[in-house]
Design a protein. Structure first.
Ligand code: DLZ
Length: 159
């Protein structure tokens, strides 16, 4: 398994672009809120650590991960936002709801990124249980919010 070997918070911090003037939109799902808040904290701190101004980081919440796509679109369509980071936690249940949500979000935010030509980052933690989610939100596998913010920064430096 990939994450058994990888701390999600590890990223190459060399040659990152100057993001001091960039504006970020965080879209955070409220399902599993304690965990998504931790992802959001990781993303926020990573952006600030690399030079983003706190006043240029806008946090918006959506009810659940399924709504991340539309939340991302609302932000991406604004000329005031340079990159969008979607954060959610989908935990497997007795039914296939998790499959439907995860596929919809993956396809949805890909489409938003392509439509608006902006980084729209997939910061969705998809796990079998809550412990695995915590392991990826400040636990033994790092914090996927950090990884998502690093991906946004790297994409802003794409050339
Ligand atoms: C309905 C639902 C379920 C069962 N599980 C999750 C979950 O694990 N994580 C999550 O972010 N959202 C979940 N939701 C809510 C859906 O994402 C969505 O908000 C509702 O279906 C309303 O469209």
């Amino acid at each position: 398994m990939a994450t058994a070997l990888k701390n999600l918070s590890d990223y190459n911090s060399e040659n990152l672009p100057d993001i001091s003037g960039k504006r970020f939109g965080l879209v955070v799902a409220e399902w599993n809120k304690a965990i998504t808040d931790t992802l959001c904290k990781g993303a926020y701190e990573t952006l600030v650590k690399h030079g983003a101004k706190p006043e240029n980081i806008h946090r918006n919440t959506v009810p659940g991960s399924f709504e991340l796509t539309l939340g991302a679109q609302f932000l991406a369509q604004s000329a005031d936002i340079d990159a969008v980071i979607c954060l959610g936690v989908v935990i497997k249940g007795e039914t296939k709801h998790d499959d439907y949500i995860c596929h919809a979000v993956a396809n949805g935010i890909t489409n938003v990124a392509l439509k608006y030509n902006k980084p729209v980052i997939f910061g969705l933690v998809t796990t079998n249980d809550e412990q695995q989610a915590w392991d990826r939100a400040g636990g033994k596998h790092g914090n996927k919010g950090v990884e998502a913010a690093a991906a946004a920064i790297q994409m802003l430096g794409f050339n």
